[in-house]
Design a protein around this ligand. Structure first.
Ligand code: BTN
Length: 245
């Protein structure tokens, strides 16, 4: 086991990702170390967003990885691996899980988990990766202006043991990380794409030029979303260049 081979718990932190980044700078850390906490005072989301999580209710973790088997140009594989690991974990408790490109985890039309991957790149090498994961487990009310949060409790009415959830999550992430180590990138891409939210179905999207009807047909090797228009042409979009509406 790599992911979860070492666990570091702190009762509260500003952000597990920020703590992991300072740790990896300060000293030698073994690959797969998980830092987790019960409360973040400055939990970070994508862009400038904050990550809301009530104390003691959810999974808030960061994993330190040294993915020397891939080049910086292939870094989207890490997003795929982490997304698939979370989906496999959630499969244990609920259904209809999908990945909203690039790496939001959805149940139906609501977001149950977010991922913040921070890679440190030096030339042609990924020096280290910090994979931050927040999964809504036992929180029943969300107070921030996040549009559509949902938790396992909201979905099932149950309460879940966070330490059991953490070890299940670690082993499903470890399974997918081992696929990456073994060079199974085609399997990773295939499974990621087949889990995509709205995959191959016609929906409305918005790009810089306006709204249009399209369907997701693929994701490029660099992680761009490939959307087919009604005309049959296929466009590639980077993060923030396209909105789902
Ligand atoms: C997003 O969907 O916007 C990404 C959310 C990522 C949240 C997790 S919680 C643990 C880790 N530490 C952070 O500060 N953020 C990530």
């Amino acid at each position: 086991m790599i992911i979860g081979s070492k666990l570091i718990f702190l009762k509260n932190l500003p952000s597990t990702n920020s703590y992991a980044a300072s740790l990896v700078k300060e000293k030698e850390v073994s690959e797969g170390t998980i830092i987790y906490t019960n409360y973040q005072s400055m939990g970070r989301g994508q862009g400038w967003n904050k990550w809301e999580s009530e104390e003691n209710k959810n999974l808030l973790i960061s994993i330190i990885l040294f993915p020397s088997m891939i080049k910086p140009a292939e870094q989207f594989l890490l997003s795929m691996v982490v997304s698939l690991g979370i989906c496999d974990f959630l499969d244990l408790y609920t259904t209809t899980i999908s990945i909203k490109w690039p790496n939001d985890i959805y149940v139906n039309n609501d977001k149950i988990a977010g991922i913040l991957i921070e890679n440190s790149i030096m030339g042609d090498l990924i020096e280290h990766t910090i994979a931050g994961i927040g999964i809504n487990i036992n929180q029943s009310k969300f107070l921030s202006d996040a549009p559509n949060p949902v938790s396992l409790t909201n979905l099932t009415g149950g309460q879940f043991d966070l330490s059991q959830c953490l070890s299940q999550l670690a082993s499903s992430l470890d399974k997918w990380y081992n696929h990456l180590i073994s060079g199974d990138s085609e399997l990773i891409k295939h499974d990621y794409i087949s889990r995509l939210y709205h995959y191959k179905k016609w929906y409305k999207y918005q790009d810089l030029k306006g709204t249009f009807k399209g369907r997701i047909v693929n994701v490029s090797d660099t992680g761009k979303l490939m959307v087919e228009r009604e005309s049959g042409s296929v466009n590639e979009f980077s993060y923030k260049e396209i909105d789902f509406i």
